[in-house]
Each structure stands twice: as C-alpha cells, then as structure tokens.
Design a protein around this ligand. Sequence first.
Ligand SMILES: Nc1ncnc2c1ncn2[C@@H]1O[C@H](COP(=O)(O)OP(=O)(O)OP(=O)(O)O)[C@@H](O)[C@H]1O
Ligand SMILES: [Mg+2]
Length: 581
Amino acid sequence: MTKGIVSGVVANMVTLRVDGPVLQGEICYITTGGDRLMAEVIKVVGQDVYVQVFESTRGLKVGAEAEFTGHMLEIQLGPGMLSHNYDGLQNDLDKMDGVFLKRGQYTEALDADRLWEFEPLAKVGDKVQASDWLGKVEENHQPLKIMAPFQMKGTATVKYIVAKGQYKIHDTIAVLTDEQGNDINVDMVQHWPVKFAMTNYREKPRPFKLLETGVRTIDTFNPIVEGGTGFIPGPFGTGKTVLQHAISKQAEADIVVIAACGERANEVVEIFTEFPELVDPHTGRKLMERTIIIANTSNMPVAAREASVYTAMTIAEYYRSMGLRVLLMADSTSRWAQALREMSNRMEELPGPDAFPMDLGALISNFYGRAGYVYLNNGQVGSVTFLGTVSPAGGNLKEPVTESTKKVARCFYALEQDRADKKRYPAVNPIDSYSKYLEYPEFADYIKEHINEEWIPKVLALKTRMQRGKEIAEQINILGDDGVPVDYHIVFWKSEVIDYVILQQDAFDEVDAVTPLERQEEILNLVTKICDKDDYKFDTFLEVIDYFKKLINLCKQMNYSTYKSEQYYDYISQVENLLNS
Ligand SMILES: Nc1ncnc2c1ncn2[C@@H]1O[C@H](COP(=O)(O)OP(=O)(O)OP(=O)(O)O)[C@@H](O)[C@H]1O
Ligand SMILES: [Mg+2]
C-alpha cells in the first residue's frame, strides 16, 4: 500500500508526499499522537496529494505518516441499520457517550454478533446478476433483501445457498460461481463508495405515483411523487425543519433517512430525543423503527459534513434496490454547499458565484439525479424520494444554491418570511411554489385512476383563485376597502378560505397535523363548493368579511375534529347551512 508523509497543514486540508499510486477520492489514515485520522484525497499533483481530514487536525505536524487504503469513502450496508443514528462517516452515534465522537474514534456500523432469520429466495442453479435478491431477513417488520454483491460483473450461478435459519451478517449465506468459474462467497454485507450513484436497476422512468404526506399544501396543492424531488428554501425560522419533520413522520414511506447536515447541534439533539417517541400514523409502531438519522452538526469538521449527504443517499439507494419506498430528507443542503465552498477555497480553486465552487450546479444536479422511481432488474419497483431544505442567506432566492437546486428539483416549496410572521403555517407561498408533477400526463392518469377525474382541474382552479385573490388584495391595499366593488371582496375572501382551510395546517395539533388523502378530497370538494357558489348577496364589504370569517371558522373547527366523528359531520352541516342561508 502507498504511504505518505505530511508536508503541510491548513486547517483540515493536509498535503502529503507519497511514495506510490494514489486514487482520486481514496481514503487514507494519518497517524498523529496515537490517533488515526481518516482523510480523503481531493487532488493529486504528481507526488503531492491534497487530502481533507474528517477530524480536527489539532497537533498534526509536518512529517507525520499516512497510510493509503486503496478504496474510496465507502460504507457498509446490511441488516441492522434501521433506527440507528450515524454520523456522516457511518459511525454509530449510539455507541458513543454523548452525541460526539472523540478524535480518531471510529465505530462499527453493523452488529456482527446479532442473529438474523434468513430465508433463501434463490436456489442452486439460478442465474443471478449484481444486486439480485438471494434471500430475505426481517428487520423491524421491514422485509429486507440480501443481494448478490453490488460490484459483481456479469452473470453468476448459485452454487450453494444456506437453508432457512439464523445467521450473522458475516456468515456465508451463498456461494456464486462467476463466468470465469471463480467462486464468490456472499455474506449479508455490501460495500459501496458513497459518491457514486447506485445504478443497479433496469430503468428509471419519470415518477408518477402520488406520495401521500398528509400535508395539505403539498398533497392537494403541489404534490410530490414516489421517487420525486423537491426542495424547501426559506429564511431562518420560517419552518423548514418543522415541515420536513412533519413529512418524515407522516409520509407513506417504508424507510425514512434523515440527513441532519450541519444544522445547529441543539436541533440534532432534538431529533434524537423527539423521534424515538413518535408513533407511525400508518402502522401504530414507533417511527424510529423505519428511520435512520445521519447527523452532522456545524461544529463537526466540514469534510464530514460534505460526506453525510452522500452517506444518506447511498443508504437510501440500498433500500431502494430491495424494492422499498424510501424517503430521504436533507436539512440543510446549504450547509453542505458551504462545506464544498470552504474546501474549494482552501484548495485555492478559481471561485464561482458567491465563492462557491464552479461546479456547484453539477454537484447539486448529480445528487438530485440519484433520487428516482426505478424498475429493478427483477421487475419489482423501488423509489428514493428526495426533499432538501435550503437556507438562502438573507432570504435571497437568487443565491447560487437556491438557483442551482431550482434547476433540478421538480417541486419547489418556498417558505416566506411574511407568511411566517403572520403565523400562516406552513409558510409555503401559494403563488410561487409549484410541483412540476402536476403537468406530467403520467401523474394525471394516476390521479384519475386512483382519486378521480376532477381532482387536478379543481386544484388548478383553486390556484387561479389564489392568484386572483392576491391581485385583489393589492388593489384593496391601494384603494381601500370602499374603493373596490363588493364583488372584489368576495373574490378575495374566497382565496382566504382556500388559504385557511387547505393551505394552513397546524403541525402541532394531533388531528390537524395529518390529513389523509380521502379527507383532503372532502376538504377540496367543500372548498371548491364554497368558491364556485356565485350567488352570494351582500350589501357591504363588512357583511362579506363577517360571513366569510364565520365560514372559515367553521371549516377550521372541522379540520381540528377527528375525521368522520359526530363533531366533524356537525361542522360540515353548519357550513352547508351557512352556504344555503
Ligand atoms: N406548520 C407549523 N405549525 C405551527 N407552527 C409552526 C409550523 N411551522 C413552523 N412553525 C413555527 O416556526 C418555528 C420555526 O420553525 P423551524 O425551526 O422549522 O424553522 P427553520 O426554517 O428550520 O429555521 P432555521 O433556519 O433556523 O433552521 C417553529 O418553532 C414553530 O413555532
Ligand atoms: Mg431548521
């Protein structure tokens, strides 16, 4: 193996003189004062190699020795990851005292001693390719697949496979014979370099299946789909984290991976304490059972932060290749981009806009491109849905991270300071936000088949009403309440009904927090009925305000009532009575 000697140290950037070949992206360990510091190669110039150290380089001196490993930053994938908290390098944070690792301390990601009930899916003589399913184990009620090695080339034949029974992750569960006649021992563990997309599927069509999140402003207004991408930009404190947590708690996903990337330490601790208590509204089991958290706070070195989003994505892709629906959340991708910027600056690269690396757009685009809905080689389907938050400095949506993300993410949920100030939560701007999926014919077909024909036209009609309401609000602002016809007030208040009843939702109320699709359909129909009614008779704008406030109040009470309860139906009939009065 290649060895190196430290020749320079600038914060986490270290230069080494090496005595042999080195790969771009290769991992090496630098020894200092008894600690072994993990580092990744970012640039190779002849005998000089630039590495970024994933740890504090305090005390590191010129002359220290380094050993190269011959492999890239890779993680271990296997049973036993669910409900774990890892850092960006897949150290198990639960094995630490407290949330933070000591320098040079790395832990095993998987439990080598735990026994798993393995059940073969392949039999002797079967022809298999990389990632094909050989068997299954169950973890936290999720059916996990044990797959042929991801890196295997060509087709192999199953020579031997163990019988159903209890095995550990490193036990050989199958022997495959490759095309050259070599035997390959297969256990339950896979390795994958995190910066490479897993392409172990047959096809990645445009996604089209609605992913129910229970958040009305998303599902009804700007839906996301299984395998889709979206992002949530918003100034500080506008509700990015609350919204992402709501989605991760409620969305109809088999597995949820949360990359808490460079957020404040207390927010990360909050996730650790809050998540284990939460109950999955779909199954009644603990949410944490299907969740993996990758946590890096801003007080960890930048390089570890950069790695964390890739680690999270790789874990998500791993479960996708088992035919599962995975939801991946990253909060916030701005911190990730800042890590890229810091590193690029230390390398003295030519900077792009706002000193971000020139290839920021490509990096973001490649990352979002790893999400998707796929047909696996065996015809089964799996998905990685990706939602990232962006915290644009000063709320400026023209900054490079927001702009680059906007080019690739298909859903845009713009959180607005003004709405947050008015406590109109979630503060998703109804006019600027969008979902490109609404324009996909595949999606329209899916909605027609699974909900009804009128759903999308009704949603589009309400969006138009929101736009019109906003225009009128501006006119009223300028001309005064008396300066516009009473009819204008009606149009404006119809848009307020849409806002209060559909878009606003209390993430902290047990009932209102999650709206199942069937209930969203009833709300959509009711609101449409209110808006389509065109024979309201009012003499003054004050009557309009009074009437619609009553209406909104009743609808909100309905939203807070348990679905299909007596109370719920009572509020609906009160609304109907008011409409007919
Ligand atoms: N849907 C909601 N329902 C009720 N309150 C909300 C909702 N969304 C946000 N809030 C309120 O706004 C506060 C800030 O939200 P949050 O922490 O998610 O903001 P953020 O955008 O993640 O902030 P930062 O940029 O600092 O990370 C919450 O503590 C909560 O009081
Ligand atoms: Mg936040």
